[in-house]
Design a protein around this ligand. Sequence first.
Ligand SMILES: Cc1ncc(COP(=O)(O)O)c(C=O)c1O
Length: 370
Amino acid sequence: MDNKLFHIPNILLMGPGPSSVSNSVYNALAKPTLGHLDPAFIDLMDDIKEFLMQLIGTENELTVPVSGTGSAGMETCFVNLIEPGDRVLVLINGVFGTRMEDVASRLGAKVDSLNYEWGTVVDLNSVAEKLAETNYDLVAMVHAETSTGVCNPVEDIGTLVQQNGALYLVDCVTSLGGMEVKMDNWNIDALYSGTQKCLSCPPGLSPVSFSEKAVNKLSNRNTKVPNWYLDLSMITKYWSGKSRVYHHTAPINMLYGLYQACFNVIDEGLDIVIQRHKDMHQMLVDELSQLGLKLFVKERDRLPMLNSVVIPNNVEDVEVRSRLLNEYQIEIGSGLGPLAGKIWRIGLMGETAKEESIQKLMDAFGKILD
Ligand SMILES: Cc1ncc(COP(=O)(O)O)c(C=O)c1O
């Protein structure tokens, strides 16, 4: 019988995620599976928590990898922190802000949103005005908006939200491990991320962290958390304490992968990794400009790990991307929603943020766009 796994191609992942995975992480995933209450596994869990706290920049005791992709992290934050009737403000300048609004609305929250043109940043003045009008229970925003390549001013908004008294929820799916994230210093109360971006681990886990203020909200809810699987008040009994209580079977081997992925970033040095992302971004921008290609986002608002490139008028989006994939084994991303057909999204995340990747892409682009 033919085993299709033997024919899986080796693609250089330069899209919006997943990013390329290192051999050390693949090797970690292949380690023998342990029981989910085995002391050796629990020891590893404790290290994973410590690693995540370092990367996130927090002392929060409630820091765990949720089983599921980044969207599970988003859902975890909302289901644990929102009760019907709560007032929520979502700041939207791309797909993932829109998704937050949807998730909060499904929970019966009274959701207001401030919308900004895709490709521009969330504007501080309008947020300040809105927060002066209403006391919110929670304000939510995306740090690195993967759909556009924009970096939002998380720290400045954090100051405004703190004055309002609301909980501050930030999506760090794409930023974590590739740029500075300082949860405690930036007054973030709830944060979630994903494994498949700058941590360069396959998709499957979502690091989540709650501040003391967020934990208080969770502990003092009037209603039960409406989602059993993502109820952090139960999950934390498996992730902390002397005796661990079974909630669901942890995805053991995925957690080996996450352990190794965090280990790799910390071993290389978080600051060095962040600088590498900046350097590679600059190199990509320089190389693209030599081909006459322009970036979609203003220089000061750009992310290092997600580069939106304007597709020139005379160029066929789908044809270029399929030739890159089929002839050169390189994946880049398409535009989403209103940006479909208008931009390409080139990821330089984690393992992919290397000179070799840029060189390979530029050689291919040079030939295809000739
Ligand atoms: C900023 C952001 N938030 C949330 C998500 C959702 O994560 P996932 O697709 O892993 O569920 C993504 C995925 O690309 C993302 O880029």
